[in-house]
Design a protein around this ligand. Structure first.
Ligand SMILES: *[C@@H]1O[C@H](CO)[C@@H](O)[C@H](O)[C@H]1NC(C)=O
Ligand SMILES: *[C@@H]1O[C@H](CO)[C@@H](O)[C@H](O)[C@H]1NC(C)=O
Ligand SMILES: *[C@@H]1O[C@H](CO)[C@@H](O)[C@H](O)[C@H]1NC(C)=O
Ligand SMILES: *[C@@H]1O[C@H](CO)[C@@H](O)[C@H](O)[C@H]1NC(C)=O
Ligand SMILES: *[C@@H]1O[C@H](CO)[C@@H](O)[C@H](O)[C@H]1NC(C)=O
Ligand SMILES: *[C@@H]1O[C@H](CO)[C@@H](O)[C@H](O)[C@H]1NC(C)=O
Ligand SMILES: *[C@@H]1O[C@H](CO)[C@@H](O)[C@H](O)[C@H]1NC(C)=O
Ligand SMILES: *[C@@H]1O[C@H](CO)[C@@H](O)[C@H](O)[C@H]1NC(C)=O
Ligand SMILES: *[C@@H]1O[C@H](CO)[C@@H](O)[C@H](O)[C@H]1NC(C)=O
Ligand SMILES: *[C@@H]1O[C@H](CO)[C@@H](O)[C@H](O)[C@H]1NC(C)=O
Length: 802
């Protein structure tokens, strides 16, 4: 690769160079810029140079920016292709901005109106002067010529010889070749000493998946770039990890730099200091060698973002979109791709259900590994069968075929790659024709019932991948509603008055919560506040404020509230009252003093074995009541540890039952924004056309039971190093007869092997992929309590390893 592949920015030249000769070298550092100095983005080609004239600080015009914005930057002065090694993290400076070293002893970047755009944080220290040193370090110096601020300590994406990276600091890649905003990758020297490359989640910038590391957990590390072009990690005494093996050339002969590039590769570059050679950068070393293969995690998006295919061309990753998909951002190709068509969605009359509209685009040597929701293996599973399998499953977006295996994938697709040694064929499901038109026509014909679907479709067509993920969940919920409506068929209840729950005025509840101050939690249906009722004796309550309510849900609300109000069981959270006033819809529940099962289970001190067993029994009884014993059967649909609360006796109480029906799909989707995250509790039939029955709760209970046995969160488990899910791991331990591994050093559980085995077997029955194999909650309760025997459970899913 050439020096910094692109842009031909003008390089500002030295007008101040002569000044440098006059500046006496007093202490260790030059003091070439004194108070009152300034640089302007208007005076073209003006910059402050280092004494050796190799580095310059000044304004660089941003590429492809018609509005004439500038970046305050440091760059290699002698290299024709602009190579920026440091830049101020601020919004782009408009033309006419100046950098002033003020008389007050501060360095300020002013916009043309004289507003401060950026100032280095010196902790209040005042500087007498500034200096650009020969290594490319720009410093503010105090009266004693000691640095009070230096760019070497304010790293951006580049490190230079003479610079060290200390523990806790980062280099952050840019957003794209041309944009200096923060991008998707980071090099972090961790507080444990390990030097790690991470993908980061946008826009928060939090580190997510590691894809390369030195493993130098020495507790005291520094990343050093020395004058001979060696980059190494040292523990203070030894070089514990050499990134560069041989000298990359002394800095007398070579320019050096290393940068985490916008594509996620950390590259060391050098460039011979000789005009004859054209002053071009060449890559000395890169980490990792093959980034397309290096990034591989269950929930991540890979090197190129969701739905993309990463291909290594000439030692650089290139990001491609499948046919009929396009880049999310045309000028930042590694941000991912989105389909140009409406996604397969399990909607009635979806294009994917009309086989004549479906086509598969085939890509050889291409794979989207991990994150499959289904695998079929068998001697008959050829390419054609694999297509058929994907056709049959409405959510299937892509099928991957190899030999006798067919993996089905749902949207969004992650970790996509193409390489000669990837012996797999990807089959991408796309609509044959422009189905948008077809669909709109069909909508007009029967649009009565589908107002939410119209919304879904319009958003799906014009939005980002992330919204699409969200919308996929919305569709799931929409399906859920259509089934739920059938099951939760209330006809007899006419008004709330017939039950013993109270109706409250909004004012009353506002008072009870002191103006909705103390938030207990934010759940699927709105925010929950702590309150105290003015009754005697005073009673603590949890008040749930339902957000953005369905407009025509007036009658529905009363009906639902009365159903919930009639549902009493010692393992359910009790509804005390409600408020239905204007746009306000609130529910008043008993207050649960001991928080949620999630915080108990995954907190610092885990509950003991017997307590866990008792809690599991309680939840099972509560669910059995909802399914089989109350007057109206209720499917909870969202059993997870966050929805199990604990009262003062640590009795588990199921919350949020019977609520889903009250809300329009739009709110419910918010609750399940991250379907990939919560998918752990969702039964497989949510992703297929199979009908939704009480067995979805049995599945979720099975997952919850496993979590309670192992004290491990299935979500966290999936995000860890393991490529297995919690379910796979438990099943593997069960098959190997190594149940003690599940409870590690939990003595109580280890001494109660019979019960442990029974619970594990019940859980495995509950998480059977085939819903008809899952027992009813009644049977589950009996098996848990030992009333009936538990037979040997089959493999929960074909995808489970033994
Ligand atoms: C700035 O530099 C460019 C290229 O080096 C040169 O063409 C231009 O004349 C210079 N402008 C001024 C005002 O010196
Ligand atoms: C910055 O310095 C320039 C040149 O000395 C001066 O004209 C300008 O007023 C200064 N800006 C501010 C905000 O002090
Ligand atoms: C520039 O400053 C850095 C940091 O203080 C120092 O390590 C480096 O040796 C200096 N370079 C020169 C040429 O003085
Ligand atoms: C830069 O960081 C180093 C190491 O943490 C520290 O010793 C030095 O004082 C810092 N420089 C300034 C000007 O704060
Ligand atoms: C570096 O990145 C890590 C992980 O994102 C973060 O925790 C840390 O605060 C960052 N350090 C600095 C100095 O920005
Ligand atoms: C790294 O290189 C230096 C100098 O060549 C050598 O002394 C040191 O042993 C090397 N360290 C490792 C871990 O290879
Ligand atoms: C697309 O990328 C460019 C830089 O490459 C950036 O300026 C722009 O904001 C991005 N667009 C979106 C919608 O993020
Ligand atoms: C690719 O997979 C097929 C089916 O498993 C096998 O027959 C073939 O030998 C494989 N080719 C390579 C190059 O591994
Ligand atoms: C499909 O049809 C819609 C509506 O007429 C139109 O907006 C869109 O551009 C078409 N897409 C393609 C790929 O032709
Ligand atoms: C899919 O891509 C093909 C070829 O690029 C194009 O002819 C067709 O219109 C596209 N279909 C849709 C629905 O975008």
């Amino acid at each position: 690769m050439g020096c910094m592949a692109s842009s031909n920015l003008p390089i500002l030249q030295a007008l101040f160079a002569s000044l440098l000769l006059l500046t006496p070298k007093v202490f260790s550092f030059d003091c070439s810029r004194t108070k009152g100095s300034s640089l302007s983005s208007l005076e073209a080609n003006l910059s402050w140079l280092s004494p050796n004239q190799e580095f310059a600080i000044g304004f660089q015009k941003l590429p492809n920016d018609n509005e004439n914005h500038f970046l305050l930057a440091i760059w290699f002065h002698n290299i024709p292709e602009t190579t920026i090694v440091w830049f101020a993290h601020t919004k782009p400076a408009p033309k006419g901005s100046t950098l002033n070293l003020t008389d007050e002893g501060t360095l300020v970047l002013y916009d043309p109106q004289g507003n401060s755009l950026w100032e280095p944080s010196t902790g209040g220290a005042k500087s007498m002067c500034a200096s650009m040193n020969d290594s490319g370090n720009f410093m503010l110096l105090d009266g004693d010529k000691n640095p009070i601020w230096e760019t070497f300590n304010e790293t951006t994406d580049t490190i230079l010889p003479g610079q060290t990276l200390n523990m806790g600091s980062n280099l952050t890649a840019r957003y794209s070749r041309e944009s200096y905003a923060n991008g998707r990758f980071q090099l972090h020297l961790q507080p444990d000493g390990n030097l790690v490359l991470y993908t980061v989640t946008m826009p928060t910038g939090a580190a997510r998946d590691a894809y390369w590391a030195t493993g130098t957990m020495t507790g005291n590390s520094k990343l050093v770039f020395n004058e001979n072009g060696n980059i190494y990690v040292t523990d203070g005494t030894r070089w514990v990890y050499n990134l560069t093996k041989n000298d990359a050339g002394s800095s007398q002969d070579f320019y050096h730099m290393a940068r985490i590039d916008y594509d996620g590769v950390f590259r060391q570059y050098h460039c011979r200091k000789s005009k004859a050679c054209g002053l071009k950068w060449s890559v000395v070393k890169r980490f990792p060698e093959d980034i397309c293969s290096a990034i591989l995690t269950e929930v991540g998006s890979g090197a190129c973002g969701y739905n993309s295919i990463c291909v290594e061309i000439n030692e650089e990753p290139d990001c491609l979109c499948p046919e009929n998909y396009s880049y999310l951002n045309e000028s930042a190709k590694n941000q991912g791709c989105r389909p140009n068509f409406e996604l397969p969605s399990c909607r009635l009359n979806g294009w994917e259900s009309n086989l004549e509209l479906v086509e598969f685009v085939e890509y050889t040597n291409t794979d989207w590994p991990l994150d499959d929701y289904d695998l079929q293996i068998g001697s008959g599973v050829d390419l054609q069968t694999c297509k058929q399998l994907c056709l049959n499953y409405c959510f299937c977006t892509v099928a991957i075929h190899n030999g006798n295996s067919c993996w089905k994938k749902k949207y969004p697709l992650s970790n996509g790659r193409r390489k000669p040694n990837v012996n797999r064929t990807a089959l991408v499901k796309v609509p044959k024709v422009n189905v948008t038109q077809l669909y709109l026509v069909s909508l007009r014909q029967n649009n009565k019932d589908q107002s939410t679907t119209v919304l879904i479709v319009s958003i799906l067509l014009g939005s980002s991948v992330f919204i699409n993920i969200v919308m996929t969940s919305a569709i799931l919920i929409a399906i859920y509603f259509s089934y739920h409506k059938k099951l939760l068929n209330i006809s007899s209840v006419s008004s709330v008055a017939s039950t013993n729950i109270r109706s409250y005025a909004y004012k009353e509840l506002e008072q009870a919560t002191g103006g909705f101050k103390q938030i207990l939690g934010k759940g699927a249906f709105g925010t929950v506040y702590k309150g105290v009722l003015a009754s005697y004796p005073k009673r603590f309550v949890a008040i749930k404020k339902l957000e953005k309510f369905e407009k025509e849900g007036e009658k529905e609300f009363k009906t639902e509230v009365s159903v919930i109000g009639q549902t009493h069981h010692k393992n359910l959270v009790r509804l005390l009252g409600y408020c239905d006033e204007g746009e306000h819809r609130l529910l008043v529940y008993e207050y649960m003093t001991n928080g949620s099962l999630a915080s108990l289970l995954f907190g610092i001190t885990r509950p003991d074995w017997n307590q866990r067993v008792q809690i599991a029994f309680g939840i099972a009884r509560g669910l059995m009541y909802l399914h089989e014993e109350c007057s109206t059967q209720i499917i909870h649909c969202d059993i997870k540890p966050q929805n199990i609360l604990l009262d003062e006796f640590y009795t588990p109480r199921i919350s949020d039952f019977g609520l889903a029906k009250l809300l329009v799909a739009e709110q419910t989707r918010v609750a399940r924004t991250n379907i990939r995250g919560t998918v752990g509790y969702f039964a497989p039939e949510w992703f297929s056309r199979a009908s939704i029955t009480v067995k979805v709760d049995v599945y979720s209970f099975g997952v919850l039971l496993l979590e309670m046995i192992c004290c491990k969160s299935s979500i966290a488990f999936g995000m860890g190093d393991q490529e297995q899910t919690l379910m796979d791991w438990v099943y593997a331990c069960y098959c190997k007869k190594k149940l003690d591994e599940l409870v590690e050093n939990d003595e109580d559980a280890r001494n109660d092997m019979k019960k442990l085995e029974r619970l594990v077997m019940v859980a495995i029955w509950c998480i059977q992929e085939d819903a008809s194999l899952r027992p009813s909650m009644k049977k589950v309760t009996q098996m848990l309590e030992g009333v009936v025997d538990v037979s040997v459970p089959p493999r929960p899913s074909i995808y489970c390893s033994t």
